[in-house]
Design a binder for this molecule. Structure first.
Ligand SMILES: Cc1ncc(COP(=O)(O)O)c(C=O)c1O
Length: 371
């Protein structure tokens, strides 16, 4: 079986009818010579903040860059930022780039999200703030309690919405739930701009800081740099792709939910599969289930691959078991037991907007045969 014949785990959607208008816009960019900080970025930001419901959206080169700039804004140097160990490595790296220390917390038992209690255990007088990650688009069931706790203790709360374009709880979109939201448009995400990121907030100070730092820290102009910045705006060409993707986002999130519903119905009574239902609406960047430990996940994934189906993992290894964190900071196995236990069981089944029902049926049957 070649890679081409496999049912992929994720796949970006670029509708064929979008390609010509995208090319026209890119041609106009090339003719105008306005390659950065032009009208397409402005339009994308305007549409994005309207969709999320915030006053502000600022496009940057990537979610990782956005996080670094936000950590700088919150002045984490020589301070600690608490975040889940079950997380994408750049969320932690960016704290280090900003001069601070990432501190990891465990997940709640049998969950891929942390509990308020697991966050609380890591708070010290040096803690400056907390990052929540809406993994696979699922909102933390204790979001309100975590918000109240952070507010009471004067801690910033960043929501990493890199999996959560279109996730929603109580009528509020991810990206408008905490002090500030960060989105990634990496190619595999729910929507993409090739590479790129967006920050959403209602805080004008954050907006001003990002508008400056994404372009070398400029004040009135580049002869008047007021902040420590870099060359990190979302480019005009990336903004064009993002703009067209955003038009489809609602429909795509609905399709992803329909795929998740079909999987849920197929596995609800399965003896070895535990479903993970969202709190509110998930964007279902990925569809994860928890396999019973006796299923031996690695062997299950290999059997699925043998049947032409790519399974995914979010995130394995967790950050503390990434070789670089073990080598540089001495983290070892056993430090985050719930995280390590769920990592052994979590598996993501193929989920992409263009997935056909017949393909999903192949996956469902293959799962049942492979356990
Ligand atoms: C949760 C999370 N945060 C941040 C990032 C980083 O995104 P980017 O590649 O846009 O820097 C990713 C990337 O995949 C991610 O999954």
């Amino acid at each position: 079986m070649t890679l081409k014949d496999m049912i992929p785990n994720v796949k970006p959607t670029i509708p064929i009818e979008d390609i010509q208008p995208i090319l026209e816009d890119i041609k106009s960019i090339l003719i105008s010579r306005k390659l950065i900080l032009g009208p397409h970025l402005q339009e994308f930001e305007t549409q994005f903040k309207k969709y999320i419901g915030t006053d502000v959206a600022v496009g940057v080169g990537s979610a990782g860059t956005a996080l670094q700039l936000l950590y700088q804004f919150f002045d984490v140097a020589n301070k600690e930022v608490v975040m889940p160990a079950l997380n994408f490595i750049t969320v932690a790296n960016a704290v280090i780039w900003a001069g601070g220390k990432p501190v990891f917390c465990d997940t709640a038992p049998d969950s891929f999200l942390p509990s308020l209690q697991s966050l609380k255990e890591k708070i010290t007088p040096r803690t400056r703030g907390v990052v929540l990650v809406h993994i696979t688009g699922h909102i933390n069931p204790e979001i309100e309690e975590i918000k109240a706790f952070c507010k009471k203790n004067n801690l910033f709360l960043i929501e990493d919405c890199s999996h959560a374009h279109g996730s929603e709880y109580n009528g509020v979109k991810a990206g408008n739930m905490c002090d500030v939201g960060v989105f990634s448009f990496y190619p595999t995400k729910v929507m993409t701009s090739g590479t790129g990121g967006m920050v959403t907030t209602n805080n004008k100070e954050i907006e001003n800081y990002l508008l400056s730092t994404r372009h070398h820290g400029q004040g009135k102009n580049l002869m008047d740099c007021q902040n420590l910045g870099g060359g990190w705006p979302l480019t005009e060409m990336a903004a064009v792709l993002g703009k067209y993707q955003l038009k489809h986002l609602e429909e795509w999130v609905r399709k992803r939910n329909a795929i998740a519903d079909r999987y849920n119905k197929a596995f609800v009574n399965h003896h070895a599969i535990r479903l993970i239902l969202p709190h509110g609406r998930s964007a279902y960047y990925k569809y994860q289930v928890m396999l019973a430990p006796e299923c031996k996940k690695e062997e299950f994934i290999a059997r699925m691959e043998g049947k032409g189906i790519a399974c995914g993992e979010v995130y394995n290894p967790p950050i503390h078991l990434q070789p670089v964190y073990q080598k540089k900071f001495g983290y070892t196995r056993g430090m985050y037991p719930n995280t390590e236990a769920v990592c052994k069981c979590l598996v993501a089944l193929p989920t992409f907007v263009e997935m056909k029902i017949e393909e999903q049926d192949i996956v469902i049957n293959a799962v049942k045969e492979s356990i």
